[in-house]
Ligand binder design. Structure first.
Ligand code: RM4
Ligand code: MN
Length: 389
């Protein structure tokens, strides 16, 4: 008998994880970018690689784009290309962190001309969203200061609000603004959107279609991320995840690789808060870079990790857990949660795949497919994910 009951197996059917186009380009640390053979040379090839992940897992039907890294002449054409390969275009990510004008900020800059330029970039992203059929505009800002006294912290929050309002007003009725936070980097002393509270405050001031993006790598070590998930779901402000894992800072490693138990705890709170229901609007995206491993298998492993920990989270006996909580049964409650976490769901998920005409072992099926050999021999001169492309 399967370790996963049928109702949970059918719930897993609904899972969809969005892939970042930049995961397929070369990327590295600030010390070195190692080129990987077969790297995509343009957005079309990134989408083709992303489609491979979906093909072997049925878990990744959409691909997020980053502007300007994924700029093309015709978005209609790119959209059709994606559809022909069985995937769709997803979130559009803006970029205000690679231009000299933004040295002292973009949406928060003292100079209205610089703010205007950054706002116009977001307008361009919204125009693209209309063509790609994307719902979400995701904004991560590299803004802050390095030395106490350098910047007017308070004035920058006011300008941020003003700039975000102008962008928000421009969105279509079905579109959303998703604001991502990160506790440090590239600025070292203060960051304008460092935490979920600031993102929440800025989003709440905009309106219902402004929501928070939680990147799992963007917290100080030891932060209880599942608590933030529970809180944002309560407030109906959890817009999306950027999944990855980290040992020390913003490492962008394979989700669930560093701490599978943390991923389980996060997904348990997603389940508790109704975040798996499509009405919740929560997008489960990866934000990862594979700098020494092969990129397509890196993404296949990642979506399988999310599926595996989702299955375990769905296995938590909710009634027994709340009975134990109400009874003050400290260790009993903990046991119930740990029982689900320790359940090996891998054989049952292999069966799940087989029943749906998918390979039992997607990593192996991809390795044996010949796709990797083909891209390594035919693609010459693949580019970096973004920086220096
Ligand atoms: C940031 C953040 C964003 C990503 C940029 C490149 O740390 O995670 O999501 O778009 O990096
Ligand atoms: Mn991110």
């Amino acid at each position: 008998m399967s370790t996963i009951p049928t109702d949970i197996l059918s719930e897993l059917e609904l899972q969809s994880i969005e892939l970042p186009s930049w995961a397929f380009g070369n990327s590295g640390t600030r010390f070195k970018v190692f080129a990987t053979p077969g790297t995509p040379r343009d957005p079309y090839e990134k989408i083709a690689d992303a489609a491979q992940v979906h093909r072997y897992t049925a878990l990744a039907p959409t691909v997020a784009l980053h502007i300007p890294w994924d700029k093309v002449d015709s978005y209609d054409d790119l959209r059709k290309h994606a559809e022909d390969l069985g995937v769709a275009l997803g979130t559009i990510n803006s970029n205000t962190f690679q231009d000299d004008d933004y040295k002292f900020g973009a949406l928060t800059h003292e100079d209205p001309a610089v703010r205007r330029k950054a706002i116009d970039h977001h307008f361009e992203c919204i125009d693209i969203m209309h063509k790609t059929g994307s719902r979400d505009l995701k904004i991560w800002l590299a803004e802050g200061s390095n030395y106490p006294g350098q910047a007017d912290l308070r004035g920058r929050q006011d300008r941020l609000h003003e700039s975000l309002s102008t962008i928000y007003e421009r969105l279509g009725d079905e579109q959303r603004l998703v604001l991502e936070y990160k506790f440090f980097e590239p600025a070292f002393y203060h960051t304008d959107v460092p935490d979920w509270g600031t993102s929440y405050v800025q989003c709440a001031a905009l309106g219902e279609r402004a929501v928070v993006c939680l990147d799992t790598g963007h917290h100080a070590p030891g932060t209880n991320i599942e608590f933030i998930v529970a809180q944002l779901l309560r407030l109906r402000k959890l817009g999306s995840f950027d999944f990855n894992s980290r040992f020390y800072a913003d490492d962008d490693l394979i989700v669930g690789a560093a701490d599978p138990f943390q991923l389980f705890r996060i997904l348990h709170e997603v389940n508790r808060g109704g975040g798996f229901a499509s009405e919740s609007g929560v997008v489960f995206m990866l934000d990862q870079c594979h700098n020494i491993e092969q990129k397509i298998p890196g993404q296949i492993r990642s979506v399988l990790n999310v599926q595996e920990m989702t299955a375990r989270a769905l296995l938590v006996d909710a009634d027994a857990l709340s009975a134990a909580q109400r009874a003050g049964d400290v260790l009993g409650a903990n046991d119930i949660l740990m029982d689900a976490f320790y359940t090996d769901v891998r054989p049952a998920l292999a069966d799940w795949r087989e029943e749906r005409g998918l390979p039992r072992d997607p990593m192996r099926a991809y390795a044996e497919s010949g796709y990797q050999v083909e891209i390594e021999t035919t693609r010459i001169g693949g580019t970096q994910a973004g920086w220096g492309a």
